[in-house]
Design a protein around this ligand. Structure first.
Ligand code: NAP
Length: 347
């Protein structure tokens, strides 16, 4: 498809909204129509997103003045998209919701992990989980796509070849995440004296993103999942201790991963034998849509342990980047359009 489409970003003053704008304003087939914020209505977009200064004269629109667009990106706090989904669906042919409101397929699972009944349960089955590496064909055919959990994305991509290959018995995954995961609104835990320098066990058990990983990979393996906040602004790194059903050589594992991700434009395998960049590192991915994956086999293990390591930028592959990738797929654009930025080094 070669025409230009009009998109709007709802909840455009936050961190995910800012990343969506950074991508969409420079996308060759997109024109950004509106960006909403109640708090900053009438102010220039660069007041919230200073790197956009001089690149756009867009001003924030009040959410009540939202017009029709071809695609609506929703980047609202948890629960807000679900409350108004009928209204949003009247405003656009296609919706990509970055929140967790429509990620889980069934209402029981939603209630178990989110602690309340879903406010719009009839909508759950209309949304496709927006991870192209799992659901590309369904995304292409859907009008409604949910965003992804960042910790879920990095874990799902790290484990998928082992699960799909029938090799994984049990994984113990610890995800280390940066502070931007919590959004732009300040809280006691994000206050600089509390957050700076911290390595804080945020959710050793019971993190909601575990449900997304299990939904996407199936129940053929056991997953233990912990999330730890570390001294980073952007980034998520999973270290997954994977216990395999049978002893598997390093060579066979590389063959498996290479085959699995051979046609994925945003998954890179990291296989350095020496040097400081032997394993994936989120710092190198800031602003990029890549997920880097590597692993180390443990020859001394009596339990067929392999440590799988994967890194992403939580605001990109874990949110806005994947959302734009989904838009490209839904509209029949080149899947990589607008997403070429490889990251910075040094940073
Ligand atoms: N941060 C991440 O790494 C990440 C990754 C994956 C998914 N997500 C999801 O993406 C969504 C946005 O995250 P974020 O980090 O960008 O959050 P954020 O920085 O807190 O931004 C939230 C946005 O929603 C608007 N908003 C706040 N309260 C609202 C309300 N009651 N009604 C309508 N609009 C409201 C804010 O606009 P005002 O200016 O009007 O306050 C702001 O534009 C969340 O659902 C989050 O779970 C985030």
């Amino acid at each position: 498809m070669s025409e230009t489409i009009e998109v709007s970003v709802v909840g455009g003053s936050g961190y995910v909204g800012g990343e969506l704008l950074r991508l969409l304003l420079f996308h060759p087939q997109v024109s950004v129509r509106q960006v909403t914020s109640a708090r900053l209505s009438g102010r220039f977009v660069y007041t919230a997103h200073p790197t956009l200064r001089g690149t756009t004269s867009l001003q924030f629109t009040h959410p009540d003045a939202l017009d029709r667009a071809d695609v609506l990106f929703l980047a609202l706090p948890h629960g807000e998209a679900a409350k108004a989904i009928d209204m949003f669906a009247d405003k656009a042919e296609r919706i990509i919701d970055c929140s967790a409101d429509f990620r889980l397929r069934d209402t029981e699972s939603y209630e178990q992990w989110y602690g309340t009944p879903h406010p719009a349960p009839e909508w759950l089955s209309r949304f496709v989980y927006g991870l192209p590496e799992r659901n590309r064909a369904a995304i292409a055919d859907s009008r409604f796509v949910s965003g992804v959990g960042c910790n879920a994305t990095v874990t799902t991509l790290a484990l998928a070849p082992l699960v799909d290959g029938g090799l994984l018995d049990h994984a113990v995954a610890d995800v280390k995440v940066g502070s931007s995961e919590a959004g732009a609104k300040a809280s006691p835990s994000s206050h600089h004296p509390e957050r700076s320098g911290s390595v804080r066990s945020f959710k050793p058990t019971g993190h909601r993103h575990q449900a997304e990983v299990v939904q996407e990979l199936g129940r053929g393996f056991r997953l233990d999942f912990s999330v730890t906040s570390v001294e980073l602004v952007r980034g998520a790194l999973v270290t997954a201790h994977c216990f395999l059903k049978e002893s598997t050589s390093e060579r066979d594992l590389w063959t498996l991963y290479r085959k699995h991700y051979a046609h994925e434009p945003f998954v890179r395998l990291v296989s350095g034998k020496s040097g400081i960049h032997r394993y994936p590192e989120p710092k190198l991915l800031a602003g990029s849509n890549y997920c880097d994956i590597g692993f180390a086999t443990d020859e001394l293990s009596t339990a067929n342990r392999v440590v799988t390591i994967a890194a992403i930028d939580n605001l990109m592959k874990g949110a806005a980047g994947t959302a734009v990738q989904c838009m490209n797929i839904m509209l029949g654009f080149d899947e990589t359009s607008g997403l070429g930025f490889p990251g910075l080094h040094p940073i």
